[in-house]
Design a binder for this molecule. Structure first.
Ligand code: AMP
Length: 210
C-alpha cells in the first residue's frame, strides 16, 4: 500500500502515520524529519535548506524529489510506504505519479487554522524517536520527557507563532491544490482533523480496510 498524508502543519499527520505504519507494516517517510536530520548534522544539504525551513517556506521541488526518489528505492519500502509531508506541491505529486505509477490513497486531515496555530505553539517533539506531544491536549506523562524513550522533549525551531503563520500560508497557497489533484484521481479520503486522535484513526482504518 502506498499512502500520502496531506494536512497543514500540526494537523496530526505524524501521529496518524505512526498508527498506520504499525497496522499496515509500511515504511514511514517524513521529508521534514529527513531534512531536519541533515540540518542537525550540518551537511551541505542541511546548510542549504536551513534558512528556508526556519522561515516556513518550501525547499525546491527538484531537491526534495531527488531525495524521495532515492528513499523509496530502499528495501523497507517493498511492502509499501506512507509519505508524510510529501508531496507538498502539484509538481511533486505529478513527479511521484511518474515514479510509482500512482498512490493508493491520499488522506487529507482537514483542520481550521485557529486550532492549528494553537497546536503548533504547544507542540513538543522527541528529537530521538520523533514522538509528538502537545502541552495542552496530548501532554507527556512526565513534563518535558518522552513517554516512549525517556529523551528530553524539544520545540521545533519552526513551531513559533511567526513561522507557524508562514507555514499555514505556504500550505494554503502551495499544498492545498493537492486536495483537488487527488480528488480528480478518485483517490482522496477527507477526514475531519478536529475529531480527536482515536476517532480519526478509526475513520482512516475503516476507509483502508484490513
Ligand atoms: P514538516 O516536518 O513536514 O512540517 O517539514 C518541515 C519543513 O521542511 C517544511 O516547512 C519545509 O520547509 C521542508 N519540507 C518538508 N517536506 C517538504 C516538501 N515535500 N517540499 C518542500 N519542502 C519540504
Amino acid at each position: 500500500m502506498k499512502l500520502v498524508l496531506i494536512g497543514a502543519p500540526a494537523a496530526g499527520k505524524g501521529t496518524q502515520a505512526r498508527k498506520l505504519i504499525d497496522k499496515y507494516k509500511l515504511a514511514y517517510i517524513s521529508t521534514g524529519d529527513m531534512l531536519r536530520e541533515e540540518v542537525s548534522k550540518g551537511t551541505d544539504l542541511g546548510l542549504k535548506v536551513k534558512s528556508v525551513m526556519a522561515s516556513g517556506g518550501l525547499v525546491s521541488d527538484d531537491l526534495i524529489i531527488a531525495i524521495v526518489k532515492e528513499r523509496i528505492k530502499a528495501d523497507d519500502c517493498k511492502n509499501g510506504f506512507i509519505l508524510d509531508g510529501f508531496p507538498r506541491t502539484v509538481v511533486q505529486a505529478e513527479k511521484l505519479d511518474e515514479l510509482i505509477e500512482h498512490i493508493d490513497k491520499a488522506i487529507y486531515i482537514d483542520c481550521p487554522d485557529e486550532i492549528l496555530l494553537e497546536r503548533i505553539t504547544a507542540r513538543q517533539t522527541c528529537p530521538k524517536c520523533g514522538a509528538s506531544y502537545n502541552k495542552i491536549s496530548v501532554p507527556s506523562k512526565v513534563e518535558g520527557i518522552c513517554d516512549v524513550c525517556g529523551e528530553h522533549l524539544t520545540q521545533r525551531k519552526d513551531d513559533t507563532v511567526e513561522a507557524g503563520k508562514a507555514r499555514l500560508e505556504t500550505f494554503h497557497n502551495q499544498s492545498e491544490p493537492l486536495v483537488d489533484y487527488y480528488k480528480k484521481q478518485g483517490r482522496l479520503f477527507d477526514v475531519d482533523g478536529t475529531m480527536g486522535i482515536d476517532k480519526i484513526t478509526e475513520a482512516i482504518f475503516a476507509e483502508l480496510g484490513d
